[in-house]
Write a protein that binds this ligand. Structure first.
Ligand SMILES: [Zn+2]
Length: 385
């Protein structure tokens, strides 16, 4: 959920935010402050208590990140709880971590008032976005989301552990590590889905976790930079030619060619001193030697599936949703929201049922557009013929 300023949509959003006169914020938004954050919220969306909870979560994220990254921003982070966007739950503009110029203050945005529907947990999202700020330049590398999720340290309240790998692989929420991390040669839909979202964030986070434990943060950070230059992105090669790839923020804009797998592999041995196959084997061994706790495993898989489905739906809405009626949008949102409420209440069966309802509704919305596109293609073929 990193949004660099070079991403057009983020740029637009930030341009809007930054061009608003200070007086406009004073009228429209309320503020709370703490040692490391300036928090902005709208009183019609959130109560002061909720904003203070977010501020306390942000302070705890700061402490956690300061320990993990061995550094901290030179000035307060602006935490905006008001962003109105689709396709992501939050964004971060890390800026220069050493800058004390208020014009370049790091900025984090979180759809805090919508987390009931989005469902991934407020502490997770805040940890993740704050981690983007602390990781600075590495946030924009292919392991950037993995680094932020490793630092977040949990998902849907479940602490990250090696067994996650086994549980996700068993549920087919996994991309073969050679394909994901080295060659880019794997199937992926145009819009991010539960499998590719989980791979880019969680699978990458599990690798980051392993590498940091084995080699320490500083050595890992040197590796991540070299690896990023060689790999470019961990999106599928199938998406390289797509405008926007899986995201409205067009992460792939600088890269149109598949990576050189040999060069990518070399970055492991050059900076970590061990070959990729050796590292992969040790990492996979660690993940498969820990038993999967059954209830937590099911919960993790369902939480990743719900969230990946929401991301997929919102990405689709951004591209094709102009004609989707408001009542249909509300029905989908209600079904996802109910799935997440059931998750929060620990009722996995009810959550799975509401998820199926949401997915069926999304499928029904997508179908007429898919038919129209197929018809247009047929007409095109006929005209050419
Ligand atoms: Zn992110």
């Amino acid at each position: 959920m990193l949004r660099r300023t070079s991403y057009p949509a983020a740029l637009l959003l930030l341009a809007v935010l930054l061009s608003l006169p200070v007086a406009a914020f004073a009228r429209d938004a309320s503020q709370v402050e703490s040692a490391h954050f300036r928090v902005r919220y709208k009183s019609e969306q959130l109560s002061r208590e909720q904003a203070e909870t977010a501020r306390d979560q942000a302070e705890s994220a700061w402490q956690r990140c300061a320990d993990l990254f061995h550094t901290e921003p030179a000035q307060k982070i602006q935490l905006d709880l008001t962003p109105d966007l689709l396709g992501a739950t939050g964004f971060a503009r890390p800026g220069d971590i050493h800058s004390t110029d208020p014009k370049h203050a790091p900025l984090v945005g979180v759809r805090y008032s919508e987390l009931g529907y989005l469902g991934i947990g407020s502490q997770y999202v805040i940890n993740h976005e704050v981690a983007h700020v602390f990781s600075g330049r590495l946030a924009a590398t292919p392991l950037g989301e993995g680094i932020a999720d490793w630092a977040a340290g949990l998902f849907n309240g479940i602490p990250m552990a090696p067994w996650w790998g086994q549980a996700l692989r068993d549920a087919d929420l996994w991309v073969d590590p050679d394909a994901l991390f080295i060659t880019g040669d794997y199937e992926a839909p145009a819009e991010v889905d539960p499998r590719t979202r989980t791979a880019e964030y969680t699978e990458a986070a599990l690798l980051v976790r392993f590498l940091v434990r084995e080699y320490g943060w500083d050595r890992f950070a040197r590796f991540a930079e070299r690896y990023g230059a060689a790999r470019g992105t961990i999106l599928s090669n199938a998406l390289l030619g797509h405008a926007g790839g899986d995201s409205p923020f067009a992460r792939d804009s600088q890269r149109r060619r598949a990576p050189d797998p040999e060069r990518v592999r070399q970055t492991f041995s050059e900076t970590l001193g061990d070959s990729w196959p050796a590292i992969r084997e040790r990492w996979e061994h660690e993940m498969s030697s820990e038993p999967v706790p059954a209830a937590l495993g099911q919960r993790l898989v369902l939480a990743e599936t719900i969230y990946g489905s929401i991301r997929n739906y919102e990405m689709w809405l951004l591209r094709h949703g102009r004609d989707v009626r408001d009542t249909d949008r509300q029905a989908v949102r209600r079904a996802f929201g109910e799935a997440n409420q059931a998750m929060a209440a620990g009722d996995l069966k009810a959550a799975a049922k509401s998820l199926r309802e949401a997915q069926d509704r999304v499928k029904a919305l997508k179908r007429p557009l898919a038919v129209a596109a197929a018809l247009r293609n047929e007409e095109g073929d006929a005209a050419e013929g």
